[in-house]
Design a protein around this ligand. Structure first.
Ligand code: PLP
Length: 405
């Protein structure tokens, strides 16, 4: 009898945020247990609502967006993205340089499928948002992880990047603001990355989906605004900033020197036409959404839900013996460290499973973000403080007598 296996292409592809630990949580839920899921950055289930105006816009656009759009997206959406890029100091982006996607996710995979052949390498941060590594691998390339350093607020370790560049390296991914660490990169770090990319002819892939969720009055700088010499692909979208992750709308803008990338751009155009176009009703929101950010701003200012939850989780994590974390500056994730000697932790996935089975709290182990040592995990701090507080009390109880066996 013939059996059907997954394709060989998928052999080394993993996406552990929705992996085995989540499967176990789902099994528990099916058995009637209640599990607190702190593993996915999806605002809606935690009571965050999209701005009413956006919903009204989308409803009134439904008839005019019944058909396919241009494969790169609606003109009005791309025009608004060009304006947004200009506002961020990214020069020379034209309507033709913008591709809309069914979320940034689709464009991450597309950007790698269009570029990589067997043996090509892409520098990806560790920890990363794991779709980047998965997409490089699926496209036949090799993700080479460079370290982000917890001791330096999780900024990329420039020396580690230098050591890992070789003639096969085609590009570098940066995630700024970062998932899972919540780090926001200062200009001097970005400058050093630009310098390395310029010297080594690397494409810069910058994932900036959290650029409108920056706290403490800090300013986000787009790395693409710092170079005209490198080809830059800047990724952004509305899933997080406008709390509409389910509508699936994102984009990528090409900037910098495109003269040596005609073939790659041809590849991107081909892939873009093969998926016909992205969700058109969702694209129709882009222009108004980019003019409207007050609702999110309210959430990330003192007194706002995301800001106050960040304050709470940061203090709570650091008050638990054996646990510590750098304060996140953006987004809604924290990436705590656990004392692996104290708790004898050898396997971080097992640690996540142990917490899940005993305390019914689901989070993602550091390995899911390509973090090698079993000493970190990610908490999504989207739930209300009362819920986070209960989770942290349970975590404290759990750790009080935990020794991994
Ligand atoms: N990039 C980062 C860093 C993310 O955290 C996420 C989602 O969590 C995405 C991209 C994908 O976002 P979407 O496909 O909803 O636009």
């Amino acid at each position: 009898m013939r059996t059907f296996e997954k394709s060989v292409k998928l052999n080394n592809v993993c996406y552990d945020i929705r992996g085995p630990v989540m499967d176990e949580a789902n099994r528990m839920v099916r058995n009637g247990e209640s599990v607190l899921k702190l593993n996915i950055g999806n605002p809606a289930p935690f009571g965050f609502r999209a701005p009413n105006e956006l919903i009204a816009n989308m409803s009134s656009n439904l008839t005019s967006t019944e058909g396919y759009s241009d494969s790169k997206g609606l003109f009005a959406a791309r025009e608004a993205i060009v304006k947004y890029d200009a506002k961020k100091g990214i020069n020379g982006v034209t309507i033709d340089d913008v591709y809309t996607g069914n979320g940034v996710s689709e464009l991450i995979t597309m950007s790698m499928q269009g570029l990589l052949d067997y043996g090509d390498e892409i520098l990806v941060p560790a920890p990363d948002y794991p779709l980047w590594t998965a997409s490089v691998t699926l496209a036949g390339g090799t993700a080479v992880h460079y370290i982000c350093d917890e001791e330096s607020e999780w900024f990329p370790d420039i020396n580690d990047i230098k050591k890992k560049i070789n003639p096969r390296t085609k590009g570098i991914v940066i995630i700024n603001p970062n998932n899972p660490t919540g780090a926001l990169y200062p200009e001097d770090v970005l400058k050093e990355i630009v310098k390395l990319a310029e010297e080594n002819d690397l494409i810069i892939f910058s994932d900036e989906i959290y650029d409108r969720l920056v706290m403490d009055g800090a300013k986000h700088t787009s790395i693409a605004s710092m170079t005209d010499k490198c080809l830059c692909l800047t990724f952004n979208g509305l899933s997080k900033s406008h709390l509409i992750a389910g509508y699936r709308v994102g984009w990528v803008s090409l900037s910098g020197d495109k003269s040596n990338a005609k073939g790659y751009i041809e590849g991107l155009n081909l892939l873009s036409s093969m998926r016909l176009c992205s969700n058109v009703p969702a694209q129709s929101l882009v222009a108004s959404a980019l003019e409207m950010n007050e609702e999110t701003e309210k959430l990330i200012c003192p007194g706002g839900r995301v800001y106050e939850q960040r304050e709470f989780i940061y203090n709570a994590v650091n008050s638990i013996p054996g646990m510590s974390a750098v304060k996140p500056k953006a987004a809604f994730y924290i990436f705590p460290k656990v004392d692996i000697e104290k708790f004898n932790i050898k396997d971080d996935e097992k640690f996540a499973l142990d917490v899940l089975r005993e305390k019914k709290i689901l989070f993602t182990h550091g390995g899911g973000f390509h973090w090698e040592k079993p000493d970190h995990f990610r908490i999504v701090y989207l739930p209300e403080i009362s819920v986070l507080s209960e989770a942290m009390t349970k975590m404290k109880e759990f750790l009080a007598d935990y020794r991994q066996v």
